[in-house]
Design a protein around this ligand. Structure first.
Ligand code: IVH
Length: 684
């Protein structure tokens, strides 16, 4: 083979592997192998510059920096889309009503067919392919004229540099360049490590990357892309529907989101809106709502445009996940292990579907980095089930002077020197982000949290002993330690506020039932810092009985898999407090018991040393169930994918963990394969 043919072959080969990896999510070759081919092509091109082509994968790492972006006039203007801000079903009905009216449809005419898709939150890009080769990429600009950003767009691995299949002579594809959440997190982690400013959100990350004059820098801020429409086309007998166009784009090798559907009438739109709302938090990228488009291109043409917006499309939003409000105070919360968390008390604001009055500031460093002060107007975010947080301060609205003209009004946040609950000293070890109250169980806040944790489902599982009740009982000095729980009588409980006699009896019964437990649950229930459920189970298995654990020194503790010096020190510290041992003895005296046994030889278990990560919804197995099955056989279940992961068990709507597994070349199995593995391991 001559060099030119070899170069052409390499381009082709690399193009296919790239597509398999970034668009299909199914790597077809090991990374090292890809890199080898890539370097070979780079070497050929360095020696024979005449063999460089505009579709060479070597262009993906970025070329020369530009002094500025040239402007491009769009062959077909890039329009915007009307936004429906009524986030209720009525918003979809209003759009469908307008479409039917504009089409002069009779009341009883059949429902209009719509293509429903996601509204991606990034930056609109026009890709121009001539004879299948990406020749130009441009931003939207003012819709008429944009900026040419071809070099940067070539660094987006999902965008084909050359099309597949039966593509038309000229094809302009429109879509959204965006930064996925995992890429955003990774980029920010790296920035923080280097002591550099993190990106505010993925959208800013995408805009910054595309508008980066040095394409090598752009290549370091990884973006992704979804196609959602067309610009100019020539020489194409176009499909008759929008969904058909997207299908065709996918066959040309362009990434098209699989979260799309063809639906009938307003009811179909409403169902799509609701369905996406449910899974929104599991997507690996941010969305801004959903988009409805009349599916028939002929009907689209009949509907036409109103000024700069098509009549045949609308963006239907979700309730805002961010809102602005005022900080009325900054207070501290004290957690179970004494961790002090600054919390902004807010003027109540409706966000993400609920009224929010508090938002976490995480810790002192974060509060200072964001420079949140009392009186500030802040942006609060509440997404899904996560705790509301303060995203940023609107500095323009900071009150700068008090009535005497003194400025600034409030000082930057600093953590208290003493615990706001018990007055004990607060300490913050060097290099740690979290400040802690040193009061231990003397501190009522820690006592409450410790008791709530003790009673929680995965610990002693005392149903009905929740936060409100524990608050009352600690405040009334009915409970001081977890051991007091087993001394409660009907009278003490029934006298509590809002406690009917029946529920008092139920609670006492639940308490009584909880006496019968396992060593692992008991250790976990103690609430030792750094000892979670998995570690508690490892400790129980390793030592077999509680006295062996109490007697173990740090070296002996570190013999337990995954117990390092920090965890060992935490355990020893806990058990060295006479008070804690006393509570343990009281609990045993109160009849809390488990089967004591010989230490378990973990190394004899079939899945010993194997780490699993669960992602997505498994069809026939709950998460806790799957976890228990794996752990029964000595395997471990971790929360995130790393090089140490052996298997990723993926179910429906698996997100970033699956992508990460593929990136790292880790085996991905489904529920059936997991069951097979477990069965096999049982048999062998
Ligand atoms: S269609 C003529 N579809 O939203 C219709 N736009 O204001 C042109 N966007 O700048 C747009 N997801 O960047 C369309 N599935 C989607 C979209 C989408 C995001 C963005 C696009 C545009 C803006 C429209």
């Amino acid at each position: 083979m001559d060099v030119a043919a070899r170069a052409a072959w390499l381009r082709d080969e690399l193009g296919h592997h790239n597509y398999a990896y970034y668009v299909l999510d199914a790597p077809s070759i090991p990374d090292a192998e890809y890199d080898k081919l890539f370097r070979e092509l780079q070497a050929i091109e360095a020696e024979h510059p005449e063999l460089r082509t505009p579709d060479s994968p070597t262009l993906r790492v970025g070329g020369e920096a530009l002094p500025q972006f040239p402007s491009v006039r769009h062959a077909v203007p890039m329009l915007s889309i009307q936004t429906e801000t009524d986030t209720e079903p009525s918003g979809a009905r209003a759009f469908d009503g307008r479409v039917r009216r504009d089409l002069d449809l009779a009341e009883d005419a059949a429902p209009v067919e719509y293509a429903a898709e996601l509204k991606f939150d990034g930056l609109a890009i026009n890709l121009r392919y001539e004879n299948g080769i990406l020749v130009q990429a441009a931003t939207r600009g003012d819709g008429e004229t944009g900026e040419e950003v071809t070099q940067n767009v070539r660094t987006i691995r999902q965008i084909p540099l050359r099309l597949n299949g039966d593509f038309p002579e000229v094809l302009e594809v429109r879509g959204e360049a965006y930064m996925s959440r995992p890429d955003f997190e990774r980029y920010n982690a790296r920035q923080r490590e280097k002591g550099l400013a993190p990106l505010v959100n993925p959208r800013n990350g995408a805009a910054g990357s595309i508008r980066q004059l040095d394409p090598k820098l752009a290549a370091q801020r990884p973006l992704s892309f979804f196609a959602y429409g067309l610009g100019e086309t020539r020489g194409w007998s176009m499909p008759a529907t929008h969904s058909g166009v997207l299908d065709a784009l996918a066959t040309f090798g362009l990434p098209v989101s699989s979260y799309r559907d063809v639906v009938q009438g307003s009811e179909g739109l409403i169902a799509f809106h609701a369905r996406i709302r449910e899974i929104r938090d599991q997507l690996s990228f941010d969305i801004d709502g959903v988009v409805y488009k009349v599916n028939s291109l002929a009907l689209q043409q009949r509907l036409g445009f109103r000024t700069r917006e098509p009549r045949w499309a609308v963006a239907h939003k979700y309730p805002a996940e961010e809102a602005m409000t005022a900080v009325e105070a900054i207070e501290e919360q004290v957690g179970r292990t004494g961790a002090i968390t600054p919390v902004a008390r807010l003027k109540p604001v409706f966000v993400g579907g609920v009224t929010v009055t508090n938002a976490t500031l995480h810790n002192e460093d974060e509060a200072r980095r964001k420079d949140v002060r009392i009186g500030d107007t802040v942006v609060v975010r509440r997404a899904g089930d996560v705790i509301p947080e303060v995203v940023s301060v609107v500095l323009d609205k900071r009150p700068m002077q008090d009535m005497f003209g003194n400025e600034p009004l409030y000082a930057p946040y600093s953590r208290p020197t003493h615990c706001p609950v018990c007055g004990s000293e607060v300490e913050k070890p060097e290099g740690e982000a979290v400040a802690r109250c040193t009061g231990g169980l003397f501190c009522p806040a820690q006592r409450k949290q410790a008791i709530i944790h003790f009673a929680s489902r995965k610990a002693m599982d005392i149903e009905g002993l929740g936060e409100k009740l524990v608050d009352q009982m600690v405040d009334n000095a009915i409970l001081r330690t977890p051991a007091d729980i087993y001394r409660l009588g009907v009278l003490a409980v029934a006298n509590l506020e809002r406690m009917a006699e029946k529920s008092a009896a139920n609670l006492l019964e639940a308490i009584s039932r909880s006496r019968n437990t396992t060593l692992a649950r008991f250790i976990y229930a103690l609430g030792i810092r750094n000892v979670g459920e998995a570690t508690a189970r490892d400790l129980a298995n390793h030592f077999g009985n509680l006295d062996a654990l109490i007697a173990a020194d740090e070296a002996a503790l570190q013999e337990v898999a995954d117990v390092g010096p920090i965890v060992a020190a935490s355990i020893r510290h806990f058990l060295d407090q006479p008070h804690n041992v006393e509570v343990i003895e009281q609990l045993r005296a109160a009849g809390v018991a488990w089967a004591e046994g010989e230490p378990l030889r973990r190394d004899t278990l079939p899945l010993n040393g194997q780490t699993f990560v669960l992602t997505g919804t498994l069809p026939g197995l709950g998460r806790d169930e799957a976890k228990a099955m794996i752990e029964m056989q000595g395997g471990k279940v971790a929360g995130s994918v790393s090089k140490k992961t052996n298997y990723v068990v993926a179910g429906a709507e698996a997100g970033s963990k699956l992508a990460k597994a593929q990136e790292l070349g880790i085996a991905v199995i489904d529920e059936n394969q997991l069951r097979e593995l477990l069965n096999h391991e049982i048999r062998s």
